[in-house]
Design a protein around this ligand. Sequence first.
Ligand code: CP
Length: 316
Amino acid sequence: MGTVNLKGRSLLGLEHVSKEEIELILRVAKKMKKVVLSDDKKIPYLKGKSIVNLFMEPSTRTRSSFELAGKYLGADVINITPSGSSMVKGESFRDTLLTVSYMGTDAIVMRHKAEGAPLYATKCVKPIIVNAGDGAHEHPTQALLDMYSILERKGSLEGLKVVIAGDIMHSRVARSDIYGMTKMGADIHLVGPRTLVYPELEKMGVTVHHDIREALEGADVVNVLRIQLERIHSALYPTNREYARIFGINKEVLKAAKKDVMILHPGPMNRGLEIAPDVAYSDESMIQEQVRNGVSVRMAVLYLTIHGGDGSELAD
Ligand code: CP
């Protein structure tokens, strides 16, 4: 079918991934979703392959969905976290990577607080590296599942007004969303306080706002980002109460958006801070479906990078 083949490719971010490659991943994810929703979730295309989830930062969604994705595809999957490894005894990150890679590992799914850690890993070891979030740099599979969720409900990203609201400065999700969704033809608008959403971001081909109603005017999609309280310096941020009052996404401010607006949030949520509970659990919210789509998208990424091909062998 297509000429795009991701076999053997590491996925470090969406900056250098083409529109055709994104479309291939999303096409295969659609087939994987049928498997996720079925009674028999085992499709052993990765039987005999080994995947290590190396998570140097906490995670619920990404780690567990990569683990399930690998297992549904028949691979052997193990998890390593710093507290349960020899890193607590002083072993370096490089030596940990080398040790893991010499166990017959085909792919390492990696989360790290340092930007560029997955790129560094590709220089140290041979297995495919899949970035599961590096500092404030990129979180490519989150953006892929965001795009997949939008396609499911809207059919296309072309020409859609997508508002990304909140702590853009610390957000790897925002960066990957911008790279990916711009390539897919969406019109991206960022909104938040001046200290967290700076004008230079417009160089990425987006529009920057500091007024929530102005940003939401006619929006098709609102992606609400978590305020990363653990990374924010107090000088950059008012109080939670003030943030929620000025920038929180609630039913009232959403009146400016289109009637069929859809709400995304990568999770974990600070309910009542960046998003009101009645918005998070409304009919417009795709937040739980995003979690389910995370498994399908990660199955597609593991299948395409480890097994290869264009997915035509998979059932429609
Ligand atoms: N969205 C996301 O990356 O969530 P986790 O931190 O739970 O993996």
